[in-house]
Design a protein around this ligand. Structure first.
Ligand SMILES: NC(=O)c1ccc[n+]([C@@H]2O[C@H](COP(=O)([O-])OP(=O)(O)OC[C@H]3O[C@@H](n4cnc5c(N)ncnc54)[C@H](OP(=O)(O)O)[C@@H]3O)[C@@H](O)[C@H]2O)c1
Length: 258
């Protein structure tokens, strides 16, 4: 299968890395068109995909991703549309447009998926929300889901909640990174070497997330399992509450979504 890609910035490059790592596509079957800053060229040197300057190779692609900035996505789709073949699946991970708006600038036979991934797709551990055009046949939808699942977990959602989904799944990695950095700073403050502090916090987060997913236990129940009466963890919990931890996190989601 040939896959086309428009835009190899933060999200585009994360997806390209994930697709190649999962062997969903081989480098010689992945056709990437970048912008003007040289980012795509630098990535091509690292990953060896086919760097293209025009949309001609898209005629051979079954799936085409677009990962450009929100303001230019429809204009670029208009330019690329003549090079998409009948029954191409177009997966837009760009914000700022709807499936209907994309369909309006594309040929009617092109199937449109609007997906919002997050950067962990680069290590095939993404969380991807996907909305599908109403008229998409089931086998086409399955094909799109199959490709997206090679990048992480996929949840089908209606397009009207895709924005908020993107805030929680797409912005939160930055919140978690800050939390991880702060935890590591705390560890350093208490005398643990810097590199070891990052390793401890990252592995702890991975393990906590895995436990939550696999046990399906409520987060409160998992927290209760760590907080023994009069113990050190509950003292730390009180310090977090005193400093408005929950409010800060909820407000971060609200502000990011506004
Ligand atoms: N970052 C995330 O975590 C995330 C999560 C979910 C969704 N998204 C959405 O994904 C889209 C991309 O976000 P991003 O963070 O990856 O932005 P970005 O880093 O700015 O990447 C956008 C890329 O589009 C390229 N581009 C511009 N014009 C182009 C053209 N005519 N042909 C091909 N490529 C072109 C740019 O290339 P040059 O710079 O070389 O010109 C740039 O590398 C946005 O709509 C964003 O809302 C992002």
């Amino acid at each position: 299968m040939n896959i086309g890609f428009i835009g190899a910035g933060h999200m585009g490059s994360a997806m390209i890395e994930g697709l190649l790592k999962a062997k969903t596509v081989d480098p010689e079957n992945l056709f990437v068109k970048g912008g003007s800053s040289g980012t795509a060229e630098a990535l091509q040197k690292k990953l060896g995909f086919q760097l293209i300057k025009d949309y001609e190779p898209f005629k051979t692609c079954q799936i085409i991703f677009i990962a450009t900035g929100a303001k230019i996505v429809l204009e670029i789709l208009k330019q690329a549309a003549p090079y998409m073949s009948k029954n191409t699946i177009l997966i837009s991970v760009a914000t700022g447009h709807t499936i209907e708006e994309a369909q309006a600038v594309l040929d009617k036979d092109i199937h449109v998926v609007h997906a919002i991934p997050n950067t962990p797709v680069s290590v095939n551990a993404g969380m991807i929300g996907a909305a599908f055009a109403k008229n998409m046949p089931n086998d086409t939808k399955s094909q799109a889901i199959h490709v997206l699942e090679s990048l992480g977990k996929v949840e089908e959602v209606s397009e009207n909640i895709l924005g908020t989904f993107g805030t929680v799944a797409g912005c939160s990695p930055a919140f978690v990174d800050i939390f991880m950095e702060a935890l590591a700073d705390g560890a350093v403050l208490e005398g643990i070497p810097r590199a070891l502090s990052y390793e401890i916090t990252a592995q702890m987060m991975l393990g906590s997330a895995k436990l939550a997913l696999e046990s399906k236990k409520h987060p409160g129940e998992l927290k209760d399992g760590v907080t023994s009466p009069g113990g050190s963890t509950i003292k730390g919990v009180m310090a977090l509450e005193k400093n408005g931890f929950r409010y800060a996190v909820m407000d971060a989601v609200k502000q990011a979504n506004s």
